[in-house]
Design a protein around this ligand. Structure first.
Ligand code: DQA
Length: 158
């Protein structure tokens, strides 16, 4: 809200910009999954913080988690959004299908990883998604999603 109590909008049409956040496989287990790598924050907490920050910045937000590659491709094709924030999890390193869907839809995408994938096993160092993303944030824990939301706001205001 701005000082006059009106909801801020960013598009020419006055409709608030919408962020779609997609979480890939096993991220539903955040909080209990390998906490030494992924921390103790649950996906529910992360989604709550993302949506609160989006609201503060005058943007709409929808979050979605799927353990299946097809479920993620369907969401990318079917949901409406202005910018994508995606942690494709293990599909980062394997999925041409998710990369192609991001490319086909043509909306700007920001790739997020909780852990620093460049400091871990060699197979995690390659991302199929980076080549179709504006940028990648990794290694900053759950905070990375909030940094992505702030970057999204800036990108959509340009
Ligand atoms: C991850 C890193 C991936 O390598 C891994 O398969 C995940 C999570 C991350 O957020 O750090 O599931 O994307």
């Amino acid at each position: 809200m701005n000082s006059s109590g009106m909801k801020r909008t960013d598009s020419i049409s006055g409709i608030p910009m919408k962020i779609l956040v997609i979480h890939g496989p096993n991220l539903n287990l955040l909080g209990s999954r390998e906490p030494s790598i992924y921390g103790r924050t649950t996906i529910g907490d992360i989604d709550e913080r993302i949506c609160a920050l989006c609201a503060e910045l005058g943007m709409e937000c929808e979050t979605f988690q799927s353990n299946s590659e097809g479920g993620i491709v369907d969401a990318l094709q079917q949901k409406s959004y202005d910018l994508l924030i995606i942690n494709p999890a293990a599909y980062t390193h394997t999925s041409v299908a998710i990369r192609d869907a991001i490319s086909a839809v043509g909306k700007p995408a920001i790739e997020v990883h909780i852990s620093n994938i460049h400091k871990r096993e060699d197979f995690r160092k390659h991302s199929y998604i980076s080549g179709v993303s504006v940028g990648q944030i990794c290694g900053l824990g759950a905070e990375g999603y909030l940094l992505a939301v702030r970057a999204a706001k800036k990108l959509l205001s340009e």
